[in-house]
Design a protein around this ligand. Structure first.
Ligand SMILES: C[S@@+](CC[C@H](N)C(=O)[O-])C[C@H]1O[C@@H](n2cnc3c(N)ncnc32)[C@H](O)[C@@H]1O
Length: 510
């Protein structure tokens, strides 16, 4: 694999580790309903993804993102607080056009790289990420993704027809398509089949005939090439007109005979061709998606969907609901968690709610949007209006990003409560999410053969001493105990199998 290099790469490859952990602050007035488990977060997604980590690491089944394409017309600004003199010169300045800004691709890669790393860690092992992009950054995105997700997990790049109509905006070739880059989190991930559309059945299936009267049908080859993985059964088949075909077939002879007796073998129009299996449309479990999508909604529909909800085009670049529903059909189960960290007008939330309504699913969404003027008034408002207009039976919680867990002096933020801190400690120790139901007193959970405890009643009030020792369990397991101070001697700690860790200095950073 060729290595992709760019200005600032050294400074950003581990920037995800330096991003401070922030807490969430729920905004009741901007939320809809309670306990929906859907989330809209207002904030920069670098900080928001990091803040999501203690709650959602390894839990997201499908990510769709639609980041700035870097066209030179979006007015996006690189603003990450990376400690590099080169990068500091870029801050606060709008990224320019191709001919004006020689570091525009470097900036885009510096912005995307740490976010893609966090997104990877949020995915389940069988999860997928779909990333919208156009020709401006497609190649750079592939290079970065091959490093972060690994080349072997690249699934495909889908070409999506974003508009049908021709326009006069190109000197040479009119661009009517853009791309969706697809990666799996690991080798075990498997996309769903797509159910057959009426249009597909119309073109790919034959009408019923006297020989095959049970509905629309199509012949599927059963002859295989030598050595093909699904082949390997060699025997002779004689057609009704007496012609012999001896070669390798996909099925053993008994299976072939069963299909023949069920009237599901086709010998071609003249009755002497190489036999094929007949599949009726109503028996099909679906078809794999192709990597050319001309059969889903276009940007025009996306714009109309916004106009229908707001009586006007209040957002420039909404994707159509149908496009994201196609992604969800392929990459989610009915109870999956879906994440979109460049939420814009919130199309992903509507697609989740719409698909749930259609198939009785209970998928949940997390959306992140940075812009002050967009997050509440467009993203959340669109989802709120869609719930009402289309009678979706769900709500969402709207959150702001709050203060960092640790202040600039490295001390714990005073407003941080026990549960928030426990969630963070448990996550950094185990890289898994806490089960809040298991928290009991100072006990915050166990992982493998270690129990975890947190003594935290507020700043400087947390001592591991003879009194608090009584609150630590007496199992034989190793116990990691976080507190401000330890007044027990080493023998006592060893006798109780306790490892003491001092707050805040020994709190790990993710
Ligand atoms: C192309 S739009 C996404 C459109 C969206 N797919 C839709 O259908 O409406 C990109 C969005 O990402 C947001 N954005 C850009 N950088 C961000 C960041 N660092 N954190 C969170 N949101 C960001 C922008 O404000 C913009 O609303």
């Amino acid at each position: 694999m060729a290595t992709l290099n760019w200005i600032g790469k050294d400074a950003v490859v581990n920037h995800d580790k330096e991003v401070p952990f922030k807490l969430f602050k729920k905004v009741k007035g901007a939320s809809v309903g309670e306990h929906s488990k859907n989330l809209i977060v207002h904030g920069d997604n670098l900080e928001a993804l990091k803040a999501l980590m203690p709650h959602y690491v390894g839990k997201v089944k499908c990510i769709y993102i639609d980041p700035p394409y870097n066209t030179g017309n979006e007015g996006w600004v690189y603003n990450d607080k990376v400690n590099s003199p080169k990068i500091k010169q870029w801050l606060g300045k709008v990224v320019g056009k191709e001919s004006e800004d020689l570091t525009r691709h470097d900036k885009w890669l510096c912005m995307m790289y740490p976010r893609l790393k966090l997104l990877r860690d949020l995915l389940t092992d069988d999860g997928f990420i779909f990333i919208s992009v156009d020709e401006n950054e497609h190649c750079n995105l592939r290079g970065a993704m091959d490093e972060i997700f690994l080349e072997e997990n690249h699934v495909t790049t889908v070409t999506w027809q974003r508009k049908k109509e021709s326009s006069n905006d190109s000197r040479n070739i009119t661009v009517k398509a853009e791309y969706i880059v697809v990666y799996a989190r690991s080798k075990i991930a498997q996309l769903n089949l797509l159910s057959l559309s009426e249009a597909y059945i119309e073109t790919a299936y034959k009408p019923p005939t006297k020989e095959f009267p049970n509905g629309k049908w199509r012949p599927v080859p059963i002859a295989t090439t030598k050595g093909h993985k699904s082949g390997g059964y060699t025997y002779e088949i004689v057609t009704p007109s007496g012609k012999k075909h001896k070669r390798e077939w996909a099925y053993p002879e008994e299976s072939y005979k069963r299909l023949l007796s069920e009237g599901k073998i086709y010998f071609g129009m003249k009755g002497d061709g190489v036999p094929q299996r007949v599949i009726y449309a109503h028996e099909s479990t679906g078809i794999p998606a192709s990597n050319i999508w001309t059969d889903v909604a276009t940007n025009k529909e996306g714009k109309n969907e916004i106009i229908n909800l707001f009586d006007g085009g209040i957002f420039e670049t909404p994707k159509p609901v149908g496009l994201i529903k196609r992604i969800l059909e392929l990459a989610s189960q009915k109870d999956s968690l879906i994440l979109d960290s460049f939420a814009g007008s919130g199309t992903t939330a509507q697609a989740v709610l719409d698909l749930n309504k259609e198939d009785g699913g209970s998928r949940k969404f997390i959306l992140v949007e940075m812009e002050d003027k967009v997050a509440r008034d467009i993203t959340a408002e669109r989802v709120k209006r869609a719930i009402k207009k289309y009678d979706y039976n769900d709500g969402f919680e709207y959150c702001e990003l709050d203060k960092p867990l640790f202040n600039e002096d490295g001390q714990i933020e005073e407003t941080c409560d026990f549960k928030q801190f426990a969630t963070y400690i448990y996550f950094t120790e185990t890289q898994t999410n806490i089960d809040p139901k298991k928290i009991s007193g100072n006990y915050i959970g166990e992982y493998g053969d270690t129990e975890y405890y947190l003594l935290y009643k507020g700043k400087n009030k947390n001592e591991l001493d003879k009194a608090t020792l009584k609150t630590i369990g007496d199992s034989d397991k190793k116990k990691i105990v976080y507190a401000d101070r330890c007044l027990l001697d080493d023998d006592t700690l060893a006798a109780h199998n306790i490892v003491f860790k001092q707050i805040p200095y020994e709190v790990k950073v993710y």
